[in-house]
Design a protein around this ligand. Structure first.
Ligand SMILES: *Cc1c(COP(=O)(O)O)cnc(C)c1O
Length: 400
């Protein structure tokens, strides 16, 4: 089974009953890729509804503050709903409509993907059900309310740890039962083929825009791309258009949480501490229908991950990232909770932009790296979302 493999990663690991649905989805996706009507409709919505192209902003004060490379921000925080997730949600909802599906299901942890999905379904008039663990619902009240306001049914999941993992299980159960009229809308470059490829393609508009924009203002390509990596969709969205530009370095930033040695993190690519730490380590495994690095406990259970940013708090990572890392085409590092918080403050004060805590992980890496780079070097950092959703956390953590 070589379908949708990125080297040894990816593939399709799902119950037999879902194989026809994946085949149907793959065929439909292959068809719309080259269908000018679909592409025109998608691009029209990206332009008139999402507000694309999003700007590429030169961060002049931050650049002078850090005293090294020139820093440009790709402004996904200015997309409708305040993050990049809407690009993929709209693409998949349009595709589902084409396939004659009347119903969309999704699962959400922090609620950001749920809100993106609910938004796309409201716009395109499809029924929408979002599964969410009860613990997450309590933690993310405003997003639960947003989804309901958008006409989506939020179904509480009370099994297991009542968080994202359990919501995924319930969503897959629903899909198996209702596969004829239902599309499962996955929110990142995860899951069985064709999702990692399809989600990347729907997000690749980020990098294609950034590439044209930097060529226009600088007359050359950037030296460095930096993006945060949860499942990995905003990073793949930025990286994809530059993969053949061998001189452009790429760096993904994972959530280092409280520190790798504490076991409380979501840095799937970080080397384990020398003394083994708590025993939590990433090993090759299957989660959510795809093979990739998965953070596990010593006895092979999926580890409880931690990050101050809900969007990076996931035990696995998109299979294409694992492959790009093997190929040494992209590098991966992590930023700690505290470093991300400090980066929120720096970007807010230097540029008047309050970033999402996820995006702040990428900014934290810029703060470390830019001063060590020559002044004529260029960094493009993906600002995947705005920080309004995180204000409570930021206020609590930065309180004097
Ligand atoms: C969900 C989210 C992320 C993480 O998801 P990726 O698939 O890794 O992009 C990053 N930033 C923001 C603002 C998010 O909402």
């Amino acid at each position: 089974m070589n379908k949708g493999k990125f080297g040894p990663y990816g593939g399709q690991f799902v119950p037999e009953t879902l194989m026809p649905a994946l085949a149907e989805l793959e065929a439909a996706y292959e068809a719309v890729k080259t269908d000018p009507d679909f592409q025109a409709e998608f691009n029209h919505l990206l332009k008139t509804y999402v507000g694309r192209p999003t700007p590429l902003t030169y961060a002049g004060r931050l650049t002078r503050f850090l005293g090294g490379a020139k820093i440009y921000l790709k402004r996904e925080d200015l997309a409708h709903t305040g993050a990049h997730k809407i690009n993929n949600a709209l693409g998949q909802t349009l595709l589902a409509k084409r396939m004659g599906k009347q119903r969309i299901i999704a699962e959400t942890g922090a609620g950001q993907h749920g809100v993106g999905t609910a938004t796309a379904c409201a716009l395109l008039g499809l029924e929408c059900v979002v599964y969410m663990g009860e613990v997450d619902m309590a933690r993310q009240q405003p997003n639960v309310f947003r989804m309901r306001l958008l006409g989506t049914e939020v179904r509480p999941v009370s099994s297991g740890s009542r968080t994202l993992k359990d919501a995924i299980n319930e969503a897959i159960r629903d899909w198996v039962t209702n596969v004829r009229n239902t599309h499962y809308l996955l929110g990142s470059v995860l899951g069985p083929h064709p999702y990692p490829t399809m989600v990347r393609d729907f997000q690749s508009v980020i990098g294609y825009e950034a590439r044209a924009q930097i060529l226009e203002v600088e007359g050359r390509l950037p030296d460095f791309l930096i993006a945060c990596v949860g499942g990995g969709s905003n990073a793949m969205g930025l990286f994809h258009a530059f993969l053949d530009d061998k001189k452009v370095d790429m760096l993904g930033v994972e959530a280092g949480g409280s520190g790798i040695e504490t076991g409380k993190h979501a840095a799937r690519f970080a080397p384990p501490p020398a003394d083994g730490g708590t025993g939590v380590a990433a090993r090759l495994g299957v989660l959510h229908g795809t093979k990739s690095f998965v953070l596990q406990t010593p006895d092979g259970q999926i580890a409880e991950t931690h990050s101050i940013s809900a969007g990076l708090d996931y035990p696995s990572v998109g299979p294409e990232h694992a492959w790009l890392r093997d190929l040494e085409r992209a590098g991966y590092t992590y930023a700690l909770d505290d470093e991300a918080l400090a980066a929120v403050k720096v970007l807010s004060e230097q540029e008047g932009i309050i970033p999402a805590l996820e995006s702040a992980h990428a900014v934290a890496e810029v703060i470390k790296r830019a001063p060590r780079m020559p002044k004529d070097a260029i960094i493009v950092v993906n600002l995947s979302g705005r920080g309004d959703k995180d204000l409570d956390t930021i206020m609590r953590e930065l309180a004097p």
